[in-house]
Design a protein around this ligand. Structure first.
Ligand code: DX5
Ligand code: ZN
Length: 223
């Protein structure tokens, strides 16, 4: 197994056949679970009961991306439901340090997410604590959007900040990732790649996961 992880987003899966869709991505590294509350994001997806159903249906660890307005008050719901990793938005979290360290004490990997308009410099005082940084490469809300090119410069900045601090959290990128751009994103420093429509809208999601892992790991070796 290589160092690059692929996290298919079930946002783009056929929810009428969740178990079948999860079976297709049994070779993935994470299941990316997009929680949207219709408030932080202009879309509403799924919550705790569906997360429990996902956990019952797959052995692949779950990466829960909370696009909700009140993560400080609700992270326990997702930890109780079995999320292996939980990321909360910087823009939505008033007590980010407390929320992330609390999750870690619970044995859950904890990460912070930045929207495209939020600069990397806001991480300066939290970078030593996080297990993961997730850079959004689209504005949160929907699958199938185009990758925002400015994400590449943010990845370079984030890598430099990690080096200055002597830390190496996982670096995840979410939105508009496909076999066409994964190499560029990995070379800029990402090692966990979310892919929703690229995986679930393809004819063969299992093969697409394998392809993304292969292209990602090749790019990591060249970087
Ligand atoms: C967007 C979500 C993403 C989405 C990515 O708000 O956070 O995880 O599912 O979908 P694609 O890969 O289609 O851009
Ligand atoms: Zn996401």
């Amino acid at each position: 197994m290589g160092s690059i992880k692929i996290a298919p987003s079930v946002l783009s899966a056929d929810m009428a056949n969740l178990k079948g869709e999860l079976d297709k991505i049994a070779g993935a590294d994470y299941v990316h679970f997009d929680v949207m509350d219709g408030h932080f994001t202009g879309n509403l997806t799924f919550g705790v009961d569906i997360l429990k159903a996902v956990k019952r249906s797959t052995d692949v660890p779950v990466d829960a991306h909370l696009m909700v307005s009140n993560p400080d008050e609700t992270v326990d719901w997702y930890a109780d439901a079995g999320a292996d990793m939980i990321t909360v938005h910087y823009e939505a979290s008033t007590h980010l340090h407390r929320t992330l360290t609390y999750l870690q004490q619970r044995g859950v990997k904890a990460g912070v997410v930045l929207n495209p308009a939020t600069p990397v410099c806001v991480l300066e005082s939290i970078i030593d604590v996080v297990d993961m940084v997730l850079l959004m490469s689209v504005n949160p809300g929907f699958g199938g959007q185009s990758f925002i090119p400015g994400t590449i410069a943010k990845l370079h900045e984030l890598k430099a900040m990690c080096e200055r601090h002597g830390v190496s959290p996982m670096i995840e990128v979410d939105g508009g990732i496909s076999s066409k751009n994964i190499a560029e994103v990995v070379k800029a420093g990402a090692n966990v790649l979310v892919a929703g429509s690229a995986v679930f809208k393809s004819e063969d999601p299992a093969a697409e996961v394998t392809l993304l892992q292969k292209l990602g790991n090749e790019a990591a070796q060249e970087a």
